[in-house]
Design a protein around this ligand. Sequence first.
Ligand SMILES: *Cc1c(COP(=O)(O)O)cnc(C)c1O
Length: 417
Amino acid sequence: MNRKGFTTSILHSDRTGGIEHGSLHKPVHSSITFAQPTAADIAAVFQGRQAGLTYGRQVNPTTSALEKKLTLMEEGLATCCFATGMAAISTTMLALLRSGDHLVSSSFLFGNTNSVFNTFANYGIDTSFVDATAVANVEAALRPNTRAVFVETIANPCTQISDLAGIGKLCAERGLLFIVDNTMTSPWNFRPKSVGAGLVINSLSKYIGGHGNALGGSVTETGVFDWQAFPNILDIYKTGPAHNWGMLQIRKKGLRDLGATLSPDAASQIAFGAETLALRQERSASNALELAHWFEAHPAVAQVFHPGLESHPQYARAQRLFRHAGSLMSIELRPEVDCFRFLDALELVVIASNLGDNRTLAIPVAHTIYYEMGPARHAEMGITDGTVRFSIGIEDIDDLLADFGQALAQAQTPKAP
Ligand SMILES: *Cc1c(COP(=O)(O)O)cnc(C)c1O
């Protein structure tokens, strides 16, 4: 197939479906149900014998248009959207795993993903959390009942990079499902299919939506995994080509039954954002790289975590796998520099959670998003009370340098008595 470029294909994907009035955007379809001309038609649609729409919890034309864009971005076969990134993760796992199954994941994981995997233990699904920057740790954790390996690309907040190619190879050799959460890189920066991922998760709330105005999540089938080797597919979903089985079960047992549906309004917002994903990421990544070097040379900063720095342990891996080193970074302030004073002195940079927003955001992680984990896990993850995470935005670089410069200067000056 003659594939168009990344941005071209996203920009023109709605039009190829033939939208009424020559509209360039897929409209928001707010209807939750869809009429069929006859009883025979509704029966055929519900039984999957005829194309057609069933009910808004499972399918919506606006969401389908976004799913098509995500499939193009990941160069996959099909995508299913959810209300949030967490819904995409939890639903996918619950649809595919059973009590008695085992999962291997990374000890460097988005906090809520770590939390939900721990909750799965209550339902008989155990997770081993290992340092996934080395495939040997993943291999050592495998058990006869291991059904999948789940990792992220660049981890929060200290930017460790999983041994994506090594784990993909291991999973292929063992016939294991490899699931990659691509949120931190986004499909513009990296395609997990290239390292053998069978399923790719994206939080659409982050870079893909990009404007911090809509929550969403997705899972994409890449076509790499052989679902015939997966023991948990129900017989009713073993219809048609085997590469469709997993997604069919995720849509039915996951989206339909668990019900974390993306709203069509959010799908539309995210689709607008997706049009400029590549442009926004180029800008935020170049801002981030310049800031990373600047922070590294600043006397108030003890350490900088960013994969674009040669001091980063997986610098070579990032160069090999990714288009750019991303726009997430963390700094470790020197112990004598007060982290809260630094944050409070920021004028432009916003004190807020979230990442992948157009605006630059800063958050003290030990006190907020990783608070529930406690000090022991913080130490394992390289987090201290002075760790500040930034999601670098698309502002003009001189404004960011000026704001960080004045805030660090203020945090360094001794407090008035
Ligand atoms: C934010 C995030 C999620 C969860 O996405 P939501 O849309 O906020 O639910 C999952 N994984 C990673 C890596 C994230 O950064």
